[in-house]
Design a protein around this ligand. Structure first.
Ligand SMILES: C[S@@+](CC[C@H](N)C(=O)[O-])C[C@H]1O[C@@H](n2cnc3c(N)ncnc32)[C@H](O)[C@@H]1O
Length: 188
């Protein structure tokens, strides 16, 4: 925990991350506003770019990250509750959230608790790196941190898939990497 926190604190200090909310989240806001509840969880929230967007749009957001440097950037804002936690250990409680965000962070062991923490009709939004359909890895990201082709469809097979598109982004180092943008809704 401590080593990871130090590493991520340093990364946040040396390379501040973009502060604009994800396009996927912005595009899905009208759908999220149709839900009955307004309680959101942002997993590995970083500088809070997506938490802040939800908080500004009527949600109360619980924002979890290992880096206190990242959390300190937005912890003072209204409708935000920050939690410095190691997501290797932290698990959200059951039936608690209308929306769960998981952007550019992958811990497969969290998926069962993401499913459990969503309320009926709750919506899960994810964007992160994914392998090519032939199984090759176009980025330099280690296999443990990159999704396999069709992995999400299998894990969220009981959900209604609202959006599932892959594309390519250019990383800070200039290298192209394949990502998946995925939105799925839990059944009633
Ligand atoms: C690439 S950033 C993504 C931040 C944010 N989700 C976004 O899209 O802007 C990954 C984040 O995961 C956090 N992180 C890494 N390992 C973690 C862990 N074990 N527990 C909690 N947070 C962790 C880092 O501090 C960092 O803020």
């Amino acid at each position: 925990m401590l080593e990871d926190a130090i590493k991520w604190n340093q990364k946040h200090l040396e390379h501040p991350m973009p502060d604009t909310p994800s396009t996927l989240l912005v595009e899905f806001l009208p759908t999220l506003l149709n839900l009955d509840g307004r309680k959101a969880l942002d997993i590995a929230c970083g500088n809070g770019r997506n938490s802040k967007f939800l908080a500004q749009n009527g949600f109360e957001c619980d924002s979890v990250d290992i880096s206190e440097v990242a959390l300190s950037l937005f912890a003072h804002l209204p409708n935000i509750n920050t939690f410095q936690e190691d997501l290797d250990l932290f698990r959200p409680s059951i039936d608690s959230y209308d929306v769960v965000l998981n952007f550019y962070f992958l811990n497969r062991e969290l998926f069962p608790s993401i499913i459990d923490t969503l309320k009926p009709n709750g919506i899960f939004l994810l964007e992160t790196f994914i392998k090519e359909s032939d199984g090759t890895n176009s980025s330099e990201i280690i296999d443990e941190k990159i999704l396999n082709h069709n992995e999400l469809e299998e894990i969220f097979s009981d959900f209604k898939i609202l959006y599932n598109q892959s594309s390519y982004i250019t990383r800070r180092e200039g290298q192209e990497a394949k990502i998946i943008s995925f939105v799925a809704q839990k059944n009633e």
